[in-house]
Design a protein around this ligand. Structure first.
Ligand code: B16
Ligand code: MG
Length: 212
C-alpha cells in the first residue's frame, strides 16, 4: 500500500514565485513612510501572513504605528501587490511544475493548495490553475498563519483525509514546521530544503516523482 493519498502544495515558492512582487510592493510602501527595507528583510517574509509581515517591515520604523494606521499600510501594500499580480500569466507556471502535477494526478493522488496568501485564488487563476486543484486552503479560511498547522489541517479536512495520508510540499521553514505540527510529513525545496527542514529535502519539485 502506498504511504500518501494526497499532496498539499504551498503556493508562493513552490508552484510559482511572487517574491519579487511582494518585494516591490513592500519596498514602495516602506519608502512612502521612510522606513529602510531590502531583499534580506523580504526573505524573512516568506510564508508569513500579511499583518505579521508588516510587523517585520516596521521593526526599522522610528515611531510606533496604531492598529488603524497598520491596516492602511497593509492595504496600501496589497493594492500595489495586486496590480503586479494582474500582469502574471500562465507563462509563469513552469513546465516542470505543470508536468509534475499532471503526472501525480495521473498516478491517482489528490492535489491541494495550502497557502498563507489571501490572494491565492487570484494567483491560481492568473497562472491558469484556477480550477485545477481538488481543494484550496488559503489565507481566507484560516485565523492562524504558518507555523500554525491550521492551513494544512483545513486542506486535509477539505480532502476528507487524515493528516498522515497527506504530504506537504514547502519552501519555507515555517511551512515545514506547520506540516509537522499538523501531523504531516514535509517534502521541501528552496530555503527549507537547504535548512534540512523536511522529511525529504529536494533539489526541485520534480523530485516528488521519486518519492511518491
Ligand atoms: P497575502 P505562501 C505567503 O504565501 C507568502 O510567502 C508570504 O510572503 C505572504 O506574506 C503571505 O503568503 C500572505 O500573502 O498578503 O497575499 O495574503 O508561501 O504561504 O503561498
Ligand atoms: Mg512559500
Amino acid at each position: 500500500m502506498r504511504e500518501f493519498d494526497a499532496v498539499i502544495f504551498d503556493l508562493d515558492g513552490v508552484i510559482c514565485y511572487t517574491d519579487e512582487y511582494h518585494y516591490q510592493a513592500w519596498k514602495a510602501m516602506a519608502d512612502s513612510i521612510g522606513v529602510y527595507f531590502d531583499r534580506e528583510i523580504n526573505n524573512r517574509l516568506r510564508g508569513v501572513s500579511r499583518m505579521a509581515s508588516l510587523e517585520i517591515v516596521l521593526e526599522r520604523a522610528e515611531r510606533k504605528f496604531s492598529q488603524a494606521e497598520k491596516e492602511v499600510l497593509a492595504d496600501q501594500k496589497n493594492e500595489l501587490y495586486k496590480k503586479l499580480l494582474a500582469n502574471m500569466s500562465p507563462s509563469e507556471l513552469s513546465d516542470e511544475v505543470k508536468s509534475t502535477l499532471d503526472e501525480l494526478r495521473g498516478r491517482g493522488y489528490l492535489l491541494a493548495i495550502g497557502s498563507s496568501s489571501k490572494n491565492a485564488p487570484f494567483i491560481l487563476r492568473q497562472i491558469g490553475l484556477g480550477d485545477y486543484f481538488d481543494a484550496v486552503s488559503d489565507g481566507n479560511n484560516i485565523t492562524h498563519s504558518k507555523p500554525d498547522p491550521e492551513v494544512f489541517v483545513k486542506a486535509a479536512e477539505m480532502l476528507s483525509l487524515p493528516a498522515e495520508r497527506c504530504l506537504v510540499v514547502e519552501d519555507a521553514v515555517s511551512g515545514a514546521e506547520a506540516a509537522h505540527r499538523g501531523g504531516m510529513q514535509a517534502a521541501c525545496v528552496g530555503d527549507a530544503s537547504r535548512a534540512g527542514a523536511g522529511d525529504y529535502n529536494m533539489k526541485s519539485v520534480k523530485d516528488l516523482l521519486e518519492i511518491l
